[in-house]
Design a protein around this ligand. Structure first.
Ligand SMILES: [Zn+2]
Length: 188
């Protein structure tokens, strides 16, 4: 039976994310901006891009600029248009790296606090103000009930709970913790 509290649910959430990250790290798994753009397109439009203005599904790809154009209303948009990622105009590499770092920090270093802005700035090699902004947007995305855009983009591995283990039970939590500690991954 599951009789766990909010703190444990939070732990489930973060541990599951951590264990779903690419084993070799996001920098190797998504080696360049085109790979990251491709991933965001897949996550945002699993059935193919639709126009963000008129929802039309007849779309032309403008290869050279990573843009899409709607055949109906002529609107041009990208995988990040209309999202918080677009407004900051930072490379996607920073976003993917920040998401991974914030998850690792929260799971392995402090379940109570998030990675401080200055530590993130140092990790990404960017200004403190930019790091604070990224941190805020990423947390709003990956926390429970968040936008789930970056989270879906970087969490590439599906975790399969072993047979006989009830979801959200203490056994489930123990299994996740052990998996994290052992560094082993189970893929479905
Ligand atoms: Zn359109």
């Amino acid at each position: 039976m599951s009789n766990i509290g909010q703190k444990e649910l939070d732990h489930f959430h973060w541990l599951t994310m951590a264990l779903s990250l690419p084993e070799e790290g996001v920098a190797k798994y998504f080696p360049d901006e085109p790979a990251r753009i491709k991933r965001l397109v897949e996550v945002r439009w699993p059935h193919g891009p639709t126009c963000i203005r008129c929802l039309g599904d007849s779309i032309t790809k403008i290869e050279t600029r990573s843009l899409f154009q709607c055949r109906k209303c002529r609107h041009q948009f990208s995988a990040t248009s209309g999202t918080a990622l677009h407004r900051t105009r930072l490379p996607l590499g920073n976003w993917f790296q920040a998401t991974e770092s914030l998850i690792h920090y929260h799971v392995d270093i402090s379940l109570r606090y998030h990675m401080p802005g200055h530590a993130l700035a140092q990790k990404l090699g960017i200004q403190y103000v930019a790091a604070r902004r990224i941190r805020k947007v990423v947390l709003a995305d990956i926390e429970e009930g968040g936008y789930n855009f970056l989270r879906s983009a970087v969490c590439v591995q599906a975790l399969k709970i072993p047979t006989g283990v009830t979801a959200y039970s203490n056994d489930h939590l123990r299994w996740l913790v052990e998996l994290r500690l052992s560094g082993l991954r189970f893929r479905s």
